[in-house]
Ligand binder design. Structure first.
Ligand SMILES: C[S@@+](CC[C@H](N)C(=O)[O-])C[C@H]1O[C@@H](n2cnc3c(N)ncnc32)[C@H](O)[C@@H]1O
Length: 235
């Protein structure tokens, strides 16, 4: 059992260690479905084409890039507390005009370095599970959203289908840490991935926490047999 501060240090170190291989492994291990998940999530922000929007736990910026691709005037603030992840994202960013509209900022999602009521949308892809204090993070997301703005959390959930469940579990616990460990050189990071998915809140509990943070119309949209879900809330 880690204290919240120990979890933060551990998570930051693990992402730092896998940052050079993160994008490659993400595509390979998800059979590129991750791109579809981010595309669907981003489309939910269609009513806010200009921004500014916040991509929290932005990592190597895949969702920030999609946010900027889908709306040509949108400004994206990309916040992550692991500098190496942001740096890898900036280094590999396509040399197009999106560079001017994506602003990477090193900062903590539990103390977001953004003024209250500032952004029209927030996306958090595969980040909420990594927060040391989820409720604190959700409270902060609510604070920085403008009234009427939308929160979208894309996160792993656990499939309930009796055929998919054991296959997915075998893949996640046995195959993935071995393959990703070999490629990234950090097996522990991918064992953490599996255990953090297994230990994460049930969907209804997370929706309850969003409600507690002040979000309205909270609901969940499961995708790909419930392997991931998009959680939606409005301020
Ligand atoms: C699995 S990666 C997701 C990156 C990206 N959003 C994507 O879609 O691939 C999770 C990211 O969350 C970041 N993170 C975890 N806890 C954080 C916190 N408290 N504040 C800011 N970023 C955090 C990590 O550094 C990591 O880059």
């Amino acid at each position: 059992m880690r204290t919240p501060e120990e979890k933060k240090t551990f998570v930051r170190e693990k992402f730092s260690s896998i940052s050079p291989k993160y994008d490659f492994l993400n595509s390979v291990l998800s059979f590129q479905i991750d791109r579809y998940w981010r595309w669907v999530t981003t489309k939910e922000l269609k009513p806010f084409p200009d921004g500014p929007v916040l991509d929290l736990c932005a990592g190597t910026l895949p969702l920030s890039l999609e946010l900027a691709r889908q709306a040509k005037r949108r400004q994206v603030l990309a916040v992550d507390f692991c500098e190496d992840m942001l740096r890898a994202g900036v280094e590999n960013m396509p040399r197009d005009e999106r560079r001017q509209r994506i602003l990477p900022v090193c900062g903590d999602g539990e103390e977001i370095p953004v003024a209250s009521n500032t952004v029209w949308g927030i996306t958090v892809a595969f980040g909420v599970r990594n927060l040391a204090n989820t409720q604190q993070g959700l409270n902060e997301m609510h604070r920085v959203l403008k009234p009427g703005g939308k929160l979208l959390i894309l996160e792993f959930s656990r499939p309930a289908n009796p055929v998919v469940k054991p296959v997915y579990s075998f893949y996640l616990n046995r195959v993935l840490p071995k393959v990703a460990g070999l490629v990234s050189g950090d097996k522990e990071a991918y064992e953490y991935l599996a255990s953090s998915i297994a230990e994460f809140y049930e969907p209804d509990v997370l929706l309850g926490m969003m409600d507690k943070a002040g979000f309205a119309r909270v609901h969940r949209r499961p995708m790909t047999f419930g392997i991931v879900s998009i959680y939606v809330g409005v301020k």
